[in-house]
Ligand binder design. Structure first.
Ligand code: G3H
Ligand code: 13P
Ligand code: ZN
Length: 315
């Protein structure tokens, strides 16, 4: 049991043909829901925090709650900065004890992305922290950055090899058709698995054996959560996520980390809407937040068992 980096998790996951789920956290109920699920599945897990989550909850609160979760569950957990917008924010999270940071320079010019990622890597590695970076642009909304479907660009395989060589990153997030948020595909869901295969092959040829790839924007936008939200007054129309089979396929390939946030938000909202509608006279937050926590726990258990496949990865 420990607060760990993702290094060993990814090595085991790559060899075992599964991935580790990375779930976004903002508050105690989400943390407890996710770790209860991981505990039930005897699985390692990554808890990740975005810039807006840092602002909402404060890194110190999140770090202390994650420490408590580790102590309570006995699990190996990595605490990761999701979409770090700058070197400064990465440094800040490292100083609070995060074990993994993402520096997201995907919106920058290539050479600038290489330069800053390299700086973050040197700083983080000197402190025993691992670094994820991103190449290519995902469509969708993350923090205050919005990228249209037309503005998205898939990761170039040769550039990916050059980037890994020159930056020394520990894992790489790639763009192969996923996007952030609840509206991922207008028509049929489609991911560019050939591109993932080519990136993996070229990395292997360049000497990066079992190099971990990260898939962002990997919520399935579960129909049951959306239906419950809409049944109890929500208006979430036309939402569509990544089918579970595609995520399982990615996990069996080089993808070692699968990011999910939207599905957690939808589950929390569905449970709270239902609770409010069914108990209009209740006003104890533990009632509805507890219902949200329970639904997150069952959702995440399903993701660990049936989607990323990391059950018993603690063994
Ligand atoms: O990638 C984006 C994550 O879903 C985090 O979203 O910045 O609204 O916390 P957020
Ligand atoms: P979703 O919006 O698909 O949950 O993606 C979350 C994510 O990639 C966080 O970095
Ligand atoms: Zn993301």
């Amino acid at each position: 049991m420990a607060l760990v980096t993702t290094k060993e998790m990814f090595e085991k996951a790559y060899r075992g043909g599964y991935a580790i789920g990375a779930f976004n956290i903002n508050n105690m109920e989400i943390i407890q829901g996710v770790v209860a699920a991981a505990k039930a599945q005897n699985s390692a897990v990554i808890l990740q925090v975005s810039k807006s989550a840092l602002k909402y909850a404060h890194p110190l609160y999140l770090k202390k709650m994650v420490d408590a979760a580790i102590e309570e569950t006995g699990l190996d957990i990595a605490l990761h900065l999701d979409h770090g917008p700058s070197f400064e924010v990465c440094k800040d999270c490292i100083s609070y004890g995060f074990t993994s940071v993402m520096y997201d320079g995907s919106h920058l010019d290539y050479e600038e992305n290489v330069r800053t990622t390299r700086e973050v890597v040197e700083y983080a590695h000197a402190r025993g922290v691992v670094v994820e970076a991103e190449l290519g642009k995902l469509a969708g909304v993350e923090d205050d950055v919005k990228v249209s479907a037309e503005g998205a660009t898939y990761t170039d395989p040769d550039q990916a090899v050059d980037f890994v060589k020159r930056t020394g990153v520990d894992s790489l997030a790639i763009a192969i058709g996923t996007s952030h948020g609840a509206y991922k595909f207008k028509g049929e869901a489609k991911l560019d698995f050939d591109r993932l295969e080519t990136i993996t092959k070229k990395l292997e040829e360049a000497g990066f054996h079992h190099f971990p790839i990260v898939l962002h924007g990997a919520s399935s936008v579960d129909e049951s959560s959306v239906a419950t939200c809409n049944q109890y007054g929500g208006q979430i129309n036309g939402a569509k996520g990544v089918p579970a089979e595609m995520l399982r396929k990615a996990a069996s390939m080089a993808v070692c980390k699968i990011n999910m946030d939207t599905d957690i938000r939808l589950a929390m909202t569905a449970a709270i809407r239902k609770e409010f509608a069914e108990n209009p006279s209740a006003f104890d937050p533990r009632g509805y937040l507890g219902a949200g926590r329970d639904l997150i726990a069952s959702l995440v258990e399903g993701k660990i068992r049936d989607v990323v496949g990391s059950t018993n990865s603690m063994d």
